[in-house]
Design a binder for this molecule. Structure first.
Ligand code: NAP
Ligand code: MG
Length: 502
């Protein structure tokens, strides 16, 4: 166990969980991985090994898919929509009831600050499951008022039914493990699907803990199978698997493109939530104090390892210096350290590799002549900590303005234009289109800009308004499809039309 974990006395349930022999969760049982290979989990704040887990290969994927298929055709299909809702409600309650342990596991696995971990669990994950628990009884088909095949009017009935798409393969990243897990799980269960979930190799723990809660909630064996494994092995095997009907993927654009290719074999359906480089546009009439806090949250939430991060800050030149200095002052005052210590505002990056990637971007910013306003250094000693960093530059033709960094690096640029189309053209200069925000007291300007920004989600006077009911997803190379809300249910359903001639 890590020194920090000992120092803050994690709950006995957490210690007991970490010490377990973590296996794969297939058909409701803990089973050894076929290869018997084990990987270690490290706390990114201390670099101490905190657990080991079994790693799945192609054979394990086959077993998990077979279990999911059996449950899909069998017990799960016999359970009423009402009962599905009740099970999901129970799961949400279990998530709330296990808040402390789940939060400690998430902090030690991923590195995020404790308060944020608790928010993502109670505020987001439990409520996300609860929101989708309301849907099973409300998935409706239509009756179609036509008389097909020349049948006289009134002598036929045509209706549609929404059916679960089948066995879903969910492949998720490490940046927000519990949020990503429930994002896939809840709509799939609501739709009546069964699942094989591959958590990220770097952060398998919360997914394994959730298996306990899934079982406790009474969700039948085989409905949810969790197999930590390497993307290039288990993830790739899921994407090509002939008996998986749909892949729901969150991760990088590059891997998303590879997954699309792999899914061609059986034409499985695919949804993709990919990268981002979202704009934050600040007009001179905005509430500048709110902008400063909002820009910090937008850029440095989850240490910037956040797909919806607002990492391109466009500020009108009249207030540029005031905003940038204010944002830098908050960034400089942020306490950086292990998330288990409740006094820390910013945790570590996920790994030494990720820190290296981020530091190479910071170097690129310096090399390409951007002005470093604050931060720019990795912290010495244990843990993959990087200071919140802000660069400014007059234009976006530099690497740190174009590429997703996935770390605490904010690029800021002044604008002088008053033409909204021209400002939007600058904000839209990205291959991505995931999120974005506009800051102004002029609601007409706010709404016009919101409509001009080419992103799946734009917020006015806040960044990335997230709620289970609000659709979220990417335009351009940020993805395919939407998650959250009613739209988030659609990719897990297929329509069957039936006609009867009387
Ligand atoms: P990643 O490398 O694409 O990995 C995501 C998942 O895909 C992991 O489970 C990974 O397994 C797996 N994977 C890797 N190669 C694979 C392959 N060939 N076939 C099948 N699966 C494969 O992404 P990441 O580096 O973990 O996460 C960062 C990226 O995710 C960023 O670009 C970020 O913007 C994006 N993201 C997007 C959203 C969103 O909602 N739009 C949310 C969070 C993150 P391993 O565990 O072995 O790597
Ligand atoms: Mg990766």
């Amino acid at each position: 166990m890590s020194a920090v974990a000992e120092a803050v006395a994690i709950a006995p349930e957490t210690s007991e969980f970490l010490a377990r022999d973590h296996k794969l969760f297939i058909n409701g049982q803990w089973v050894d991985a076929h290869s018997r290979e084990k990987h270690a989990v490290y706390d990114p704040a201390t670099e101490a090994q905190i657990a080991t887990f079994d790693i799945a290969d192609e054979t394990d994927v086959d077993m998990a898919v077979a279990a999911a298929r059996k449950a899909f055709k069998g017990e799960w299909s016999k359970i009423s929509s009402h009962e599905r809702s009740i099970m999901m409600m129970r799961l949400a309650d279990e998530i709330d009831a296990n808040l402390q342990t789940l939060a400690e596991i998430e902090v030690m696995d991923n590195g995020l600050p404790m308060a944020l971990a608790k928010y993502t669990i109670s505020g987001h994950a439990a409520n996300f499951v609860r929101y989708y628990a309301g849907w099973p009884t409300k998935i409706l088909g239509d009756t179609i008022p036509v008389s097909p095949m020349g049948v006289p009017n009134g002598e036929s009935l045509t209706y549609t039914k929404r059916e679960p798409i089948g066995v879903v393969g969910a492949i998720i990243p490490w940046n927000a493990p519990i949020a990503m897990f429930v994002l896939k799980l809840a709509p799939a269960l609501a739709a009546g699907c069964t699942m094989v979930i591959k958590p990220a190799e770097l952060t398998p723990l919360i997914a394994l803990k959730l298996c306990d809660l899934i079982k406790k909630a009474g969700i039948p064996d085989g409905v949810v199978n969790v197999i930590p494994g390497a993307g290039r092995v288990a993830g790739a095997a899921m994407a090509t698997h002939p008996d998986i009907d749909k892949i729901s993927f969150t991760g990088s654009t590059e891997v998303g493109q590879r997954i699309v290719q792999s899914c061609l074999g059986n034409l499985k359906k695919v949804t993709l939530e990919l990268g981002g480089k979202s704009p934050v546009v600040v007009f001179p009439d905005a509430d500048i104090e709110a902008v400063k806090v909002g820009a910090i949250r937008a850029a440095f939430f989850l240490q910037g390892q956040n797909c919806m991060a607002g990492t391109r800050l466009f500020v009108h030149q009249d207030v540029f210096d005031e905003v940038i200095q204010g944002v830098a002052a908050i960034a400089n005052a942020m306490k950086i350290g292990p998330g288990l210590d409740p006094n820390n505002d910013l945790g570590p990056l996920i790994s030494a590799d990720q820190r290296e990637v981020v530091m190479s971007y910071i170097q690129a910013g310096k090399d390409e002549g951007a002005e470093l306003i604050c931060g720019g250094e990795a912290l010495p000693g244990k843990g993959h900590f990087v200071q919140p960093t802000i660069f400014t530059h007059p234009h976006q033709d530099i690497k740190i303005a174009r590429e997703e960094i996935f770390g605490p690096v904010l690029f800021a640029q002044p604008f002088s234009d008053s033409d909204l189309e021209a400002i939007a053209a600058e904000a839209n200069k990205s291959i991505y289109g995931l999120s974005g925000s506009v800051w102004t007291k002029d609601i007409s300007v706010g709404l016009k800009m919101a409509s001009l920004i080419d992103s799946g989600q734009v917020s006015i006077n806040c960044h990335a308004a997230v709620d289970p009911a609000i659709p979220f997803g990417g335009n351009k190379m940020s993805g395919w499809g939407r998650e959250f809300g009613k739209e988030g249910l659609e990719p897990y359903l297929k329509t069957k039309s039936t006609t009867v001639i009387f």
